[in-house]
Structures are given as C-alpha cells and as structure tokens.
Design a protein around this ligand. Sequence first.
Ligand code: HEC
Ligand SMILES: [Cu+2]
Length: 484
Amino acid sequence: MKHLKILIFVFMSSLLLINCNKEEKKADTVVDNTTIYIKGTIDAELTAPPFVPAPVGDRPAKKLIVNMEILEKEGTMTDGVKYMYWTFGGSVPGSFIRTRVGDEVEFTLSNHPDNKLPHNIDLHAVTGPGGGATSSFVAPGHKKTFSFKTLNPGLYVYHCATAPVGMHIANGMYGLILVEPEGGLPKVDKEYYIMQGDFYTKGENGEKGLQPFDMKKAVDEDADYVVFNGKVGALTGDNAITANVGETVRLFVGNGGPNLTSSFHVIGEIFDNVHVEGGSMINKDVQTTSIPAGGAAIVDFKVDVPGTFILVDHAIFRAFNKGALGMLKVTGEEKKRVYSGVKQEGIYHPEGGTIQTMPDNNKKKVAVTLKDKPLAQKIKDGKQVYMNTCFACHQAEGQGIPNAFPPLAKSDYLNADVKRAIGIVLNGKTGEITVNGKKYNSVMTKQTLTDEEVADVMTYIYNSWGNNKTNVTINKVKEVKSSH
Ligand code: HEC
Ligand SMILES: [Cu+2]
C-alpha cells in the first residue's frame, strides 16, 4: 500500500513537471514588447499625404520625438467649393507617423493660437486610457506632451476625440501611424499614403461657396462627398500617384470615416498581399478589401503593365458621383502577354446575316438618304442617349468630374469644332486635351452608336447648358465617319 502511494506520488509529480514544461514553452512564444530595450533618441519625420516617411528598416527601438501641430484652415473640397478643415499637421489626412515596435514615442500636441477650439488625439496604436485622448486635451495656444510605448505592430488610425467627436472627425481630424514589426516591412519600390473620409455640407454636392458642416446629414450618414485625401481630385490628373512597370507598390490605406466603410479597390490590379485590417494577418490575391471607419489596411502589388489604374471605393456611386476616385499612373513598356489591348474588332451578326463591310468612301455618295427629325424631337431623343451612355462620366448637367472627365457644359473645346467633337464620339479619345483652361489626360472609349444616335446626342449637347446650339445632322456624322 505504502509503495503504491509513493508510486502514485511520483507519477503525479512527473505529470506536473511535464505540464510545467509545456507552460514554459508557451510563455516563450508570447512576446512581451513592454520589455524591448530602447537605445538613443530621434526626431520623427512626418509627411503629408500621399507621401510616407522613409522605412524604419532594422534600426533598434528608440525614443521617438513627435511634434504635431493642429491647424484649423480653409481648403478646397472641389472646384468652387470651400470647406473649413480641422487638421493634424495642416493636411487631411494628418501627417503620417512611422515607428517600430518597442519605440517610446514622446508625443507633443500643439494647438495653434489662431484656432477656435480645444482638441486632443486618440491614437489606436496606444495602449492606455483613451489612446492618449485624456492626456492630450489642449486649448488653442497651448501644448501637451505624453508618451507611450508601441507594443503591437500594424497600421493604426489616429483621430481627434473631443466632443462632439463625430464633428471633429468629419472635419478632417484623422491620420495614420504605422508601427513596423521587428526588422521592418519587406522592401518595395514605391509607398503611398491614402485615406478615405466622408464629408457633410449644408449645400448639395457641387454647390459653390464656403460650405459649413451639416450635423443632420452627418447623423443620417448622408454624405455629400466621399473622398481620398481630403478633397475631390487629390489623387487624379497631375496629383496621381505614379510607378514604373515592374515595380512593387505598397499603399497604406486608412479610413477616417466618420461613418462609411470603404470597399477599397484598384481597377485593373489585384492586391498580391493585404495586411487585413492593418494587422499581421496577410491575405493574398485580393480584389477588394474592406476598410472599416477607424481602420486601415496595407496592400501591395506589382505593376506589370502601363496605364492609368483607377483607385475607388467600389461602393461605386461614391467614386463617380461623390469623389472617391484616385489614379495610379504606370509608365513603361507594354507587355502584350499580360494584357493585349484590343486585338480585333468586327461586326457581330447574332442571326448570321450577310457579310457587311465598314463604311467606305463609295458609300458617301449613296448615304444621303436618312432624313433628320425636327430639332425638338432630336433633342428629346438625344437626351435619352445621353442619359444612357454619356451621363456616367460627363454627369447630368454636363459638368464633368474635375481632373477626370471634362465638362461638356460651356465647353470651349466642344464649341470650337463640331467635326472634331463628332469624331471623338465616333472614335474615342486619348491624350492630353485642354477644356476651359483645364488639362485632361484620360481615355474616352469609342461609343457604339448609330449615326442617327450620334446626331441626336450631339444636337442635345450643343443645345444644352449654354453651348452654341449647333444642329448636328446625320449627314455631318456620316461625313466625319467617311473622312476618317
Ligand atoms: C467612360 C467615360 C466617358 C463616357 C461614357 C463618355 N465620355 Fe466623353 N470624354 C471622356 C473623357 C475621359 C474625355 C477626355 C479624353 C482625353 O483626355 O483625351 C472625353 C471627352 C469628350 C469630349 C471632348 C471634350 C469636351 O469636354 O468637350 C466630348 C465632346 C465628349 N467626350 C462627348 C461624349 C459623349 C457625347 C458621350 C456619350 C455618347 C461621351 N462623351 C461618353 C469620358 C467619357
Ligand atoms: Cu478636434
């Protein structure tokens, strides 16, 4: 009996020992970043979007000094529309902060004396009450300092958290702070900073003048503008981000909200890697990534072919009607194996009809048969064509979209040359053009319309929105077609 007891005792204690060992091993794999040793002090480099500071690489953890200034300042939402932005560092989104895990960030928040309101900052990268908000509440003409240690790698949103919080965020008070993992992120060729935000103005989208914030619309989540980097066109035309064929591109994408989740997508690209929600989990081969309000994602991809790649919130009316549209311009050699472009174009006969040929010069003489309708009917039918075909890009009132689609309303380009305009609708258009003093360099695809439809839609355009009232006849369309 006694022996048995001893045996059981020995058996149990060895079990305990095994258990202890197991637990010790587990504890080993949980890294305690609170104990990362810091070595020296450096000043943080802060950048305005779409740029980011240099990679951290393999530098050791340090004391990192961040000086952030709050500025309330008027800016442009879109052509003719002004907005009073509240900013971290003078830009929307605010200055990009780049740190590494284990850094001890000494953060000083200064509220410019010309500002009207107190503000603070809640950084999602902070482990501590309010993410720093309680320690950083600062009145105009004052500054406050607090410090925190970055414990978790990832891409984090920061924002103002002063009441009414929604209003401070809606006015542009958000930005991103990146905490790189030990050893840094893998090297890429190009890195950019993009952040989406929704804006609520007293006037409807496009209504001119200085537009005040609209609390009711914000509460109803009825956004007038949904934009990248604080304004319509911050990333289009001359402001487009760029890369060369063969390069790898990393986008640090945030969403300040205040309300809307972003369905972030790049037309014509596939994300090779996505740091889901800005964290350490990597998803591969992603078409569209969901970025919650107050969240972020790191995406990277290799650009294989040249062209303009459009960045959108794929909740697509936001892109084409509210401003959530940017451009990545890729230059370099074509790679037909990856993307051919149009290879062949032909006439499609669903019923296997007789062989047709494209119009040629012989037809010119016999083509003068179709009679034009009365002007009022043409305009009516033309409007129908316009709303079906052209409206998506040139917009309901022909006003276009700044930096992306030129206006047809009061367009000097349109009114100067009827034949040229007809040619654009028949054949499409690429390359730089100047409309009403603004440069456009984009692509209008060839429209597949009958000659009569082209005559109708052109007549509608010329007889709308202050244009020169040209009546475009079917014969004119045929003439342009055959002269091509
Ligand atoms: C997919 C978007 C898109 C659609 C659809 C579209 N356009 Fe365009 N359009 C453009 C772009 C982009 C340009 C400028 C091309 C460039 O930069 O070279 C343009 C240029 C023009 C111009 C000359 C510039 C100006 O503003 O006067 C005319 C005229 C025009 N389009 C008429 C039409 C008509 C008519 C339709 C419908 C039948 C139409 N477009 C459909 C995108 C579009
Ligand atoms: Cu604020």
